[in-house]
Design a protein around this ligand. Sequence first.
Ligand SMILES: Nc1ncnc2c1ncn2[C@@H]1O[C@H](COP(=O)(O)OP(=O)(O)OP(=O)(O)O)[C@@H](O)[C@H]1O
Ligand SMILES: Nc1ccn([C@@H]2O[C@H](COP(=O)(O)O)[C@@H](O)[C@H]2O)c(=O)n1
Length: 219
Amino acid sequence: MDETKTQGFVIAIDGPAASGKGTLARRLAAHYGLHHLDTGLSYRAVGHAMLKAGSDLSDEMQAIATARDVELAALDRDVLSAHAVGEAASKIAVIAQVRRILVEKQRAFSRKLPGTVLDGRDIGTVVCPEAPVKLYVTASAEVRAQRRYEEEISKGIVADFGRILADIKLRDERDMDRQDSPLKPAQDAYLLDTSKMSIEAAFSAACAIIDRVMAENRI
Ligand SMILES: Nc1ncnc2c1ncn2[C@@H]1O[C@H](COP(=O)(O)OP(=O)(O)OP(=O)(O)O)[C@@H](O)[C@H]1O
Ligand SMILES: Nc1ccn([C@@H]2O[C@H](COP(=O)(O)O)[C@@H](O)[C@H]2O)c(=O)n1
């Protein structure tokens, strides 16, 4: 990585819920020595604060004010990982002004040197459309539900596969069908269907793409 550059190298990763984009983003950031931001946590922070305050999730003014207070450096994965918080996040994520506020903060983060990995739903399309590497990570709804089910079981949570699958399908619908910044692959994104790939295989496939782009662009 060239440390004299003023614009960092950005890897943009998008994909639906439980597709493995966060796992991949963290591994890639560690491997390439880049900063990582899970942008889903910023939407979760708004949802969490609204739930905690007992606010109606459709109260746009309250959601907008809450989004202004979000500090990316203070996002706590453990606090924000609850299922109900994810649901709340996807509801407030349809509010255009909330998105504008969070996207500005995410863009500022993306400029960190020597570079960044951001994962979310609109990184390649809206937050960092100029990113030299865009990955769209996906897997079938059934595979994603199975992974989430195993994750919950491993944490000692009583899990119900049917409920998880139904929630994943509902979340996909909400994220893909919203008017503002719907989840979709950027035109120049590399598609990574990990339905039949291990975490290791997905990581190797992503590295092969990134190494090629870096070599082509002499990065
Ligand atoms: N290729 C894979 N094979 C098997 N399990 C995987 C794979 N990728 C990720 N997982 C597991 O699937 C679960 C979901 O992965 P992860 O949290 O990275 O998804 P995500 O897309 O970031 O989800 P969300 O958008 O809901 O935050 C985790 O338990 C993770 O360990
Ligand atoms: N760039 C993003 C990231 C997330 N969202 C919304 O937040 C919800 C929670 O995200 P997780 O990745 O933590 O599951 C998600 O369902 C989206 O509605 C978003 O809109 N844009």
